[in-house]
Design a protein around this ligand. Structure first.
Ligand SMILES: [Zn+2]
Length: 463
């Protein structure tokens, strides 16, 4: 099938639905999903029975909140029990039989036992569709060449996205962040991609290393644009400005494909908007998003500007359709039509519920601290670590942080920079940290989500 490159949406029927139509479609799919999970998963059948509900009892959105939310720990417990009972990790939770499963996937979380998602052929098709909707809206067309410099891993933004884009007709160059900065630069120079996909910190690294590796600046690589993911940065004005200038590009997108069902992209460069509007959620016919009150865990009615803990439910999935799954991210949502002209839900990721620190009664998300530090690049590299001497969330002040100063910054400039940064953080975050400067490249560059918190209390006695 040849697609008209000027059509507005990948899936016009779904993507132009009104909120009411979409909610009705969700409810219809939800009822089917609840029945399917009850019939096919031991875990969900037990859960429903314990809560004293049957799938047929759930008829309205209010009924739906009677389904108990679940967490990553529940998922891990299921995996352990499955291993003991069936000899494989997905028998308790997975709804599809082993012969229908065609791919295992995992999120990018790095602590504890990995949590697995099982995908059937139907699910793989859905993942391809959802990636395609985002990419189409960002302006990617089958004639484009895209170099993948995120990790070539099993999380959605790794191998699955490469598979999806190939299906779409795009020429993929799956070098992967594992290849390292020099190899990625070498392939950009050789294959002349139009776009690259990477984390913001990897992108900064490419700019730094390009002159030495290729004898020319990154602005001479001929790129048209890039998509950022895996860590905060795509929403920070200073980062955006630096990357656009560094690569001499006009199109810079923030995007996410969380756990296969939560797909969003930023619209800023699709219509040249002056300020970041958050990311458009394009997967609501496969994902019901709820926001929970972080204190009471009660579901709140979505409205413009609402902030809460995200909780999502897979609808129209076969492998591991999680119901009311709390992943711990704090989101802000907007429902009004965006300045770009597209309707639908938009969201901003504010931080992680379990990363939140409390300093003298002020809530601080590490992502917000990182954003504040990024504003000082190139005088700093943008890398920052938070040092905790005792488990959070409460921190005895002052909050101790380490910041890498930038390449070539003389030591006599540091006291002044320290004062300036403390004042900026006080005004932005209402927290005044104690800053220790460390040389550039002190911290390991993660190819995926950088871990910002250093738990010094866990390291004591190990060294
Ligand atoms: Zn928009």
């Amino acid at each position: 099938m040849k697609l008209d490159p000027n059509r507005k949406y990948w899936n016009p029927k779904i993507e132009s639905m009104s909120r009411e139509e979409l909610r009705n479609l969700q409810l219809k799919k939800l009822k089917k999903q609840l029945r399917y999970n009850y019939e096919n998963s031991i875990f969900y059948r037990d859960r429903f029975n314990q809560a004293g509900i049957k799938p047929g009892d759930i008829r309205t959105w209010e009924d739906f909140t009677r389904v108990p939310p679940m967490t990553k720990d529940d998922q891990r417990q299921c995996q352990e029990e499955s291993l003991a009972r069936f000899g494989h990790p997905y028998g308790m939770l997975a709804c599809a039989s082993v012969e229908k499963i065609v791919r295992l996937s995992s999120t990018s979380g790095t602590t504890g036992m990995p949590t697995l998602y099982t995908l059937t052929k139907h699910d793989v098709k859905v993942v391809r569709e959802l990636h395609a909707r985002k990419m189409w809206r960002m302006g990617f067309r089958p004639t484009d060449i895209v170099l993948h410099a995120l990790a070539l891993s099993m999380f959605t933004g790794g191998v699955p996205v490469c598979d999806a884009l190939q299906e779409y007709g795009i020429t993929m160059i799956p070098v992967g962040a594992e290849g390292g900065v020099n190899r990625v630069l070498q392939f950009i120079d050789l294959c002349k991609p139009h776009y690259i996909r990477c984390t913001p910190s990897f992108a900064e690294y490419l700019i730094q290393r390009c002159p030495q590796a290729l004898g020319k600046p990154a602005s001479a690589l001929g790129l048209k644009g890039m998509t950022l993911g895996g860590e905060p940065g795509g929403s920070i004005p200073e980062v955006r400005k630096r990357l656009k200038e560094g690569f001499n590009i006009q199109r810079l997108f923030d995007n996410i494909g969380g756990s296969h069902n939560f797909h969003g992209y930023s619209c800023l460069e699709t219509v040249d908007l002056p300020t970041y509007k958050g990311m458009h959620l394009v997967s609501e016919d496969y994902c019901i998003l709820e926001l929970l009150d972080p204190k009471t865990q009660q579901s709140m009615e979505l409205k413009d500007g609402l902030v809460g803990e995200m909780c999502y439910t897979y609808i129209d999935w076969e492998g591991t359709p999680l119901l009311r799954y709390r992943l711990g991210d704090i989101l802000e949502v907007h429902l009004s039509t965006c300045d770009c002209g597209n309707p639908g839900l938009r969201f901003k990721i504010i931080g992680r519920a379990d990363d939140m620190l409390i300093i003298k009664g002020v809530n601080l998300y590490p992502a917000a601290l990182k954003n504040a530090v990024m504003g000082f690049v190139p005088r700093v590299t943008g890398e920052v670590r938070i040092l905790l001497d005792a488990p959070g969330p409460r921190v005895t002040p002052p909050l101790k942080i380490q910041v890498e100063y930038g390449e070539g910054i003389p030591s006599q400039d540091l006291p002044g920079l320290n004062k300036e940064m403390r004042e900026k953080m006080h005004s932005l975050l209402r927290v005044t940290p104690e800053i220790e400067f460390v040389p550039p490249n002190t911290f390991e560059r993660a190819t995926h989500k950088s871990k910002m918190i250093v738990k010094r209390y866990e390291q004591k006695g190990n060294t």
